[in-house]
Design a protein. Structure first.
Length: 126
């Protein structure tokens, strides 16, 4: 969450580019960045889509007698792979930068939901 917030802070600072700007321009942005079997953006999207879904026997993750919502436990490793393989701030191609930033925006949105479900305040720093 902190890394995602920092990315958008730096995009705003360096390029005057907000999350809304990124998302608003995706329809007109070349989608080549989304092609291929090894694209980590899709991995993040699929994992992010699990927030709020129930899993396991009886549709729950059991702990004592309580039922917990599915949370993105694999996101830290996926996010780290994504940030290391696919730079955003130092990417020269505008289309790549926009799609990668959109992936980060989605992850940030889903992490916000997950933290809220768990009653955890959004961290401001690592």
């Amino acid at each position: 969450m902190v890394r995602a917030n920092n990315i958008f802070h730096k995009l705003q600072e360096r390029e005057k580019l907000t999350e809304a700007d990124v998302l608003r321009t995706l329809d007109a942005t070349d989608a080549e960045e989304l092609a291929g079997d090894q694209n980590v953006i899709w991995e993040l999207v699929f994992e992010g889509g699990a927030v709020g879904r129930r899993r396991g026997a009886g549709g729950c993750v059991r702990s004592d007698s309580r039922c917990w919502p599915n949370t993105p436990s694999a996101w830290p490793s996926s996010s780290m792979r994504f940030y290391h393989r696919y730079p955003i701030l130092n990417e020269d191609r505008v289309d790549r930068k926009r799609w990668r930033a959109a992936g980060v925006a989605y992850v940030r949105s889903q992490l916000t939901k997950a933290l809220d479900l768990m009653g955890i305040a959004m961290p401001t720093r690592m």
